[in-house]
Design a protein around this ligand. Structure first.
Ligand code: FE2
Ligand code: FE2
Length: 225
């Protein structure tokens, strides 16, 4: 059985084996912010059961290898810089621009209807509102300031990259907090369809942000710092 190399960085392990994303997420291991930690360090800090995680990781890698003949997708590390940026824009930025306003509107609806019985919704609403505002500014900085420079390989992007990485950390903290406040998106018994949609969309947002930040921090930005 193919073993996961626990001495490589956790970011590199995802670049090499994208199938590990689900395993890391299931075990609460952060692979996008702090992507320079070794797999061993990250698992020791974030996951409770290293043996169980390694077992699942090996299974995922084995499964992906078995179906590799069918894998038409390239690894992120094989993308050119422009291809990576295009992928980030089409897969992640477009998604955020479309989903953030929808979640915001739905969130306000459930706040109106359910906050009496679920006062934690005030905190969730406030946290999401802050995250949305932060992310909107962040997307603009990347699209207007950074990405055009990276496409033409301009020098002196390090300070801006560091600033954007720091913003990723702030967003990552907010996403962890959202996950905790919603008890890992566990719906209360009296949740309506809208409540259900909000939690489902928040969960999808967390998963998408993990891949988004991983692609930027551990693949794209790494080429320029
Ligand atoms: Fe981005
Ligand atoms: Fe970003």
């Amino acid at each position: 059985m193919k073993r996961l190399n626990i001495e490589q960085t956790i970011g590199d392990s995802v670049t090499l084996h994208p199938e590990l994303v689900k395993v890391y997420m299931d075990f609460g291991v952060d692979f996008c912010c702090g992507g320079d930690r070794t797999v061993k360090e990250a698992i020791e800090k974030d996951a409770h059961d290293m043996d169980a995680l390694l077992l699942e990781a090996d299974k995922a890698i084995e499964h992906a290898t078995a179906f590799a003949v069918d894998a038409s997708h390239k690894k992120l590390s094989d993308f050119t810089t422009s291809q990576l940026i295009d992928r980030i824009l089409t897969e992640h930025h477009t998604y955020l621009k479309s989903e953030l306003p929808i979640i915001s509107e739905l969130m306000f609806k459930i706040l109106m209807v359910h906050s009496n019985r679920h006062p934690e919704l005030f905190e969730i609403h406030k946290l999401f509102g802050g995250l949305k505002t932060e992310l909107e500014g962040h997307l603009v900085k990347e699209e207007v300031q950074l990405f055009p420079k990276l496409r033409t390989n301009e020098a002196n992007c390090q300070a801006l990259i560091k600033e954007l990485e720091a913003e990723h950390d702030v967003a990552g903290d907010a996403l962890h907090e959202l996950t905790d406040l919603t008890n890992h998106f566990k719906l209360p018994a009296d949740a309506c369809t809208t409540y259900h949609m909000v939690y489902e969309k928040l969960k999808a947002l967390v998963a998408d942000m993990y891949m988004h930040v991983h692609t930027e921090n551990n693949v794209l930005f790494k080429r320029f710092i």
